[in-house]
Design a binder for this molecule. Structure first.
Ligand SMILES: [Zn+2]
Length: 431
């Protein structure tokens, strides 16, 4: 049976060990190499990351990304499971659309995947759609796509359907009434922050709290991409799950040196002081989940006039490597980074077979040299969109990535074929 040796991440620590793999799962962990052994020496074996928030644009906008390029990009960043958002064309808001998206995905993916269903005013298909989804995404503020949910009864019904299904609700929290009130002419990236202030995040989180009484059983609520300490205080007080994106931990619109449109994202990039406070909160363990909100657009689209440029920043490939770069510099512990990208997202999605390297779990892992971060080469990344705001930042990319004990990336080369990945959640039948 194949075995893999190196410094294995278990319970927050790296320990010299050997993983023995049988049928795609970890059969045992000990210190004796098997007869079919791969030795990674001092390199670290971390669990495959699970990114609960990507926009792979397929179907409908495959000039930006598709299920193949998006999952190849994920693999090169050590991400072995991605969950796609419903704002594609058509949007993933019906049983028909979600089954069709599964069919498209299953032909193209090189890592595992899942799908969020989208909530709309029409709630009649929610229960059946949830059999095909990891949970439901609700947009409480207008952003890319046309999925703003303003009907409070439909919102309550979406919460109730997820409660019945035992699945989470993930929310884009920016209150539309605040966005309407603060909307302004956008001349430069700072105007986007002023026009979508932290108040919009906070008010929206309060709206979720107000909708919860009477929803029984209550679903797990995950506030996506918190972008201000005000938002994370509100979400924490409400006992909601919450996530943060690397762009809110590492970037600011202040002193932005690419074309302005590249800085546009919802919720917005904020000030350097806000970014630093968010990093501190993440470092101190106050934000459990790291998510990319990978939202590719082409350079041509992003170089449009600032008000008309689409919102979104790519990041599934750099999600883990950038934060490992910060861990290598001693700015944050390895455990905080790894658990937020592996164990915590698996728990949010109710996935009990992955997110940790233990006997009985899947052999999904990535191999890193954690001692020698290198600057991100934006041109070497694999997303179809072809740009990144993180060029030059220190990062640790994996040399090898394994799914079910089989290589997806080996020595920096893609070795898996399209269709290699599977859905992370159980489906009622073939899509
Ligand atoms: Zn998103």
């Amino acid at each position: 049976m194949p075995s893999f040796g190196g410094r294995v991440y278990r319970d927050g620590k790296l320990e010299k060990a050997v993983l023995h793999v049988e049928g795609g799962f970890i059969a045992r962990i000990d210190d004796t190499p098997g007869d079919d052994h791969t030795d990674f020496g001092e390199r670290a074996l971390l669990p495959g990351a699970i990114d609960v928030h990507v926009h792979l644009r397929d179907p409908g906008a495959t000039h930006k990304e598709d299920w193949h390029t998006g999952t190849v990009s994920a693999a090169f960043g050590g991400v072995t499971g991605v969950v796609d958002m419903p704002n594609t064309l058509p949007s993933t808001t019906s049983v028909r659309a979600i089954r069709e998206k599964h069919r498209i995905a299953q032909e193209k993916v090189v890592v595992d995947y899942g799908l969020w269903g989208g909530a709309t005013w029409y709630t009649g298909e929610l229960d059946e759609m949830l059999q095909w989804a990891v949970g439901v995404k609700v947009y409480l503020g207008a952003t890319t796509g046309d999925l703003l949910l303003e009907d409070p009864d439909a919102f309550k019904e979406a919460l109730a359907a997820c409660g019945r299904a035992g699945k989470p609700v993930i929310l884009h929290c920016e209150a539309q009434r605040v966005l309407n009130e603060y909307r302004r002419n956008e001349v430069e990236p700072g105007d986007h922050d002023r026009g979508r202030p932290p108040l919009a995040e906070v008010e929206s989180i309060y709206d979720v709290m107000k909708a919860m009484p009477g929803v029984n059983p209550a679903p797990t609520i995950h506030i996506a991409h918190t972008a201000s300490t005000d938002a994370l205080q509100a979400a924490t007080a409400a006992k909601f799950s919450l996530g943060v994106c690397p762009h809110h931990l590492l970037l600011t619109w202040e002193g932005w040196d690419m074309a302005d449109g590249y800085a546009k994202v919802n919720p917005p990039l904020r000030t350097a002081a806000s970014r630093d406070a968010m990093f501190e909160a993440f470092r101190d363990g106050r934000i459990p989940i790291l998510e990319s909100d990978h939202a590719p657009h082409t350079p041509k689209e992003k170089e449009d006039l600032f008000p008309s440029a689409p919102a979104g920043i790519p990041g599934v490939e750099t999600l883990v490597p950038l934060l490992l770069g910060r861990a290598a510099a001693g700015d944050i512990t390895l455990q905080t980074v790894v658990d937020a990208a592996t164990r915590a997202p698996a728990a949010l999605l109710g996935l009990t077979d992955r997110g940790r390297l233990e006997p009985g779990m899947r052999a999904d892992f990535a191999v890193y040299d954690l001692e020698s971060p290198e600057p991100v080469d934006a041109q070497a990344l694999h997303s179809k969109c072809g740009w990144s705001p993180y060029g030059g930042m220190p990062a640790c990319f994996p040399s090898h990535v394994y799914l079910r004990g089989e290589p997806v990336v080996a020595d920096g080369e893609l070795v898996a074929e399209a269709g290699n990945g599977r859905c992370m959640t159980r489906l009622p039948e073939a899509p």
